[in-house]
Design a protein around this ligand. Structure first.
Ligand SMILES: Cc1cc2nc3c(=O)[nH]c(=O)nc-3n(C[C@H](O)[C@H](O)[C@H](O)COP(=O)(O)OP(=O)(O)OC[C@H]3O[C@@H](n4cnc5c(N)ncnc54)[C@H](O)[C@@H]3O)c2cc1C
Length: 445
């Protein structure tokens, strides 16, 4: 039943985070009329909270900076990191999409930059990009400003019922109706839904969650009501660099730059190069569920563009001392243990010893002044979700596309595979932007 007020549009987008805003902007760029709906629009999304860093292997920006990289090299890093658990169809589609997506961002006038000074565990070369300034908040703000500025996009910061009907979808609000042949599900993952976490990732039941409270699984549940199949559901990003309480974190790069992690005895307990996600359970297994991340002023100086680290400094989470004994006393760890650990790390850095924990790279010998910060393990965001094809079309339980239903971001199955170990830094936004770009191409972009 339609009224005179029914507006015929091209796309309804549920969610105004990373996936939904990018999906809407890309659709608008090819002349489509879009309705974006978000009932929690003023709460921080994962995009807002995130580091805002995405890999785009083989981008023109990287090439201009003299870095040789290709989508295939990123795929090889993904496979070396996560092995058979990589969701290959999605990974390949996304890898090929990201350089074009990045070029589009640049052509659109976004202040996109290649971050030559951001190393990441598991990535063979520097390949992270972001907007200027780097960080999720600035990226989120730019997207919201673009949504508001572009003709053809209507944004409702409220919950709006959606009905699936023959040949399309209808949204209703305040006496108005919109009808579109396609819907993009973009409400994020389910890390804030305790029941879903307990059901799908029992190992993280009750874990500290440092992501958005809006990631409640609601658009996954909507897809299920429309007959969608689920991909593997137990993949997630853990965060082993989260300051206790979960408000701030150190970011992923300190170990890659030469930092080490110790427990209350001042002893290392893990090969820190496994990456922030796989680190989380190792950190949680230490006394008090915490570890001390130890680095130095040279490493801190290389973190200027790391918004997460800068927030942690502002929040008073980083200790500084002129010698190891003072640092140990400030942090409350065993001073002799810490001295011995740093001496052993120095021998590894100088090539005089092999690390018994299997870490291959100790890029520098830490020196005074020393810095340190307590961290714990958290659940950042989930990687399981609705099964899609490589274009982002949601599939039913027979593997057939459900007409008009698309998904990207946290509510779609990610590319990381199972558990925490398969999450290579950047997989979240890579899948989010990559599938949004693929949808744009499939719809004629
Ligand atoms: C601490 C942290 C750091 C991170 N850092 C990085 C990083 O540096 N690089 C990287 O690649 N990834 C990072 N990520 C992951 C990245 O943030 C996510 O992959 C990405 O934001 C997913 O986009 P999304 O749009 O699916 O979800 P979100 O960005 O969370 O957006 C979902 C939106 O949907 C809305 N919504 C919820 N339910 C509904 C509904 N029923 N109807 C309509 N709207 C709804 C929400 O209000 C929200 O605005 C990080 C995540 C966290 C938590």
């Amino acid at each position: 039943m339609t009224t005179n007020k029914t507006q015929e549009i091209d796309l309804i987008v549920l969610g105004a985070g990373a996936a939904g805003m990018m999906g809407a902007l890309l659709a608008q760029a090819r002349g489509q009329r879009v309705l974006v709906v978000d009932p929690h629009a003023s709460s921080p999304s994962n995009f807002f909270i995130s580091g805002g860093l995405f890999p785009a292997a083989g981008s023109a920006l990287q090439a201009r900076a003299g870095v040789r990289d290709t989508p295939e090299a990123w795929l090889a890093d993904l496979r070396a990191f996560a092995g058979e658990s990589v969701n290959t169809d999605i990974a390949e589609a996304v890898a090929g999409a990201l350089p074009s997506f990045t070029a589009w961002l640049e052509a659109t006038g976004a202040p996109v930059q290649f971050l030559a000074d951001v190393p990441a565990p598991g990535h063979g070369v520097r390949r992270f990009h972001s907007l200027t300034p780097a960080g999720g908040q600035a990226f989120h703000r730019w997207c919201r400003e673009q949504l508001a500025a572009r003709a053809g996009i209507e944004f409702l910061a409220t919950g709006v019922p959606i009905e699936r009907q023959a040949g399309g979808f209808e949204a209703f609000w305040d006496g108005r109706r919109w009808r579109a042949p396609a819907v993009m599900l973009a409400g994020g993952g389910f890390a804030a839904n305790a029941d879903m976490v307990a059901r799908h990732i029992p190992a993280m039941r009750g874990a500290l969650h440092n992501g958005s409270s809006t990631n409640d699984g609601s658009t996954i549940e909507l897809g299920l009501r429309w007959g969608a199949a689920l991909g593997p559901m137990d993949g997630f990003q853990g965060q082993g660099h989260t300051n206790p309480g979960g408000v701030t974190r150190l970011g992923m790069s300190i170990p890659t730059l030469g930092g080490v992690m110790v427990n209350r005895q001042g002893r290392r307990f893990v090969n820190e190069d496994v990456g922030p996600s796989a680190l989380a359970p190792h950190v949680l297994a230490q006394e008090g569920g915490c570890a001390l991340e130890v680095f130095d002023a040279s490493i801190a100086a290389a973190l200027t563009h790391h918004s997460a680290y800068q927030e942690a400094v502002k929040a008073g989470q980083v200790l500084q001392a002129s010698d190891v004994a003072t640092l140990a006393a400030q942090a409350g760890v065993d001073p002799a243990g810490l001295q011995e650990t740093l001496a052993a790390a120095e021998r590894c850095a100088r090539g005089q010893a092999q690390d018994p924990l299997g870490r291959a790279r100790f890029p520098r010998v830490l020196s005074a002044p020393y810095l340190a910060s307590w961290v714990t393990g958290a659940l950042s965001h989930t990687q399981g979700g609705l099964r899609t094809n490589a274009q982002g079309q949601v599939l039913d339980t027979q593997g057939r596309p459900i007409p008009g239903v698309w998904a990207s971001g946290g509510c779609a199955a990610g590319l990381s595979g199972r558990g925490a170990d398969g999450y290579l830094p950047g997989n979240g936004l890579a899948q989010t932007f990559g599938l949004a770009w693929r949808m744009h191409q499939a719809l004629g972009g």
